[in-house]
Design a binder for this molecule. Sequence first.
Ligand code: CMP
Length: 134
Amino acid sequence: MERTLAIIKPDAVSKKNAGKIIDMIEENGFNIVRMQKLTMAEDHGKAFYAVHKERPFFGELVEFISSGPVVVMALEKDGAIKAWRDLMGATNPAEAADGTIRKLYAESIGKNAVHGSDAPETAAQEIRFFFHDL
Ligand code: CMP
């Protein structure tokens, strides 16, 4: 069983889409190992997205992720990392396939409803970032 980190971002939480997204997660066979609703402080956001700190959109990214409540989950399934990325759809919702979360609920490349780890090392690191006991 593989694990990945999922975040329902402030845009989706504020539009009351978290429940629908959690439904899709369960319908697609993921086990929710941990789940927490929280608001990230700006420093927390900077640390979480540190890998992107040289990008021109870093300031916008940190401001957005710490702008309101998020729902953070550790998900488990065979091939969870890829399966969650497939269910999320492309980072840019304009390129996301029909039926994916971002096609349904994202409004832009920045406000794109959900986050998912991109590789086993980042999944382990991102899960530990929020859930210290895992
Ligand atoms: P996420 O998977 O959470 O990880 C990095 C985030 O950067 C990504 O989702 C996007 O929301 C965001 N991002 C990527 N490219 C851009 C961009 N050109 N402008 C604003 N945000 C971006």
